[in-house]
Design a protein around this ligand. Sequence first.
Ligand code: LIP
Length: 266
Amino acid sequence: MPYGSITLHPVCQQIIKEAFYKKKSVLTKSCEVDLVTETDQAVEKMLIGRIKENFPNHMFIGEESVAAGEKCDLTNDPTWIVDPVDGTMNFVHSFPHSCISLAVLYHKDVHIGIIFNPILDQMYTAKRNQGAFLNDKPIRVSEEEDLSKSLVIAEFGTNRDTKKMESVLKNVSALMNKVHGLRAMGSAALNMASVAAGGADCYFEFGIHVWDIAAGALIIKEAGGICLDTEGGPLDLMSRRMICASSEKLALQIIPLLDQLKFERD
Ligand code: LIP
């Protein structure tokens, strides 16, 4: 996979920053808390349009394109996976914890990952076998291996069906007296970036999508961390579940405590 030097077009940052503090027109997707705004759609259209100008034969999987009915078909071809605004609920509420997440895959392996929080000007990047960075400074996962001293991120997600909510509450109650702290921050990509930068020690979620985690999976790997399936096997980007941690030792302490859910693949 030829590595280009990829920079997110400054217009994407401008679109999000300008809309961030304004009142947004909000639509719902799968349920009343699965939100989308015109900014999500505009950023995805801008990003994919600009990338296509340079890489016309590449494939694309975009959150909002899939929501509009496009296939979510990951092949061995060079593929760009885009979440134009990850943490849309946060964006709608002007809570500055949302980002653009962009990954480039080849033969289904992530070769480039970019997670950009335009409100806080935080650009997390990684190229395969070339390390992980925050604003061009190298980042590493924490060295925490003691569950009782770990900060763990667990999300409520955007699915409010009873089975999912019961599972979330089971996982929160199973963990809350075993860890240092639990957090729910509302952006899968930024949760993974936090683990990569050592700000959290573990994050897991059931119900996420490939566009939420593809970039973060490479950034964590390049920062010395690990991403697994929630039952401990290899991560399957399309399986809609994932656990990532600063070490396998820490992940393996959490996995047995989790109430496991399965979802239809992306
Ligand atoms: C969000 C994820 C988050 C999850 C939310 C939502 P979106 O993505 O990043 O981890 O808990 O339910 O799926 O919808 O803001 O792009």
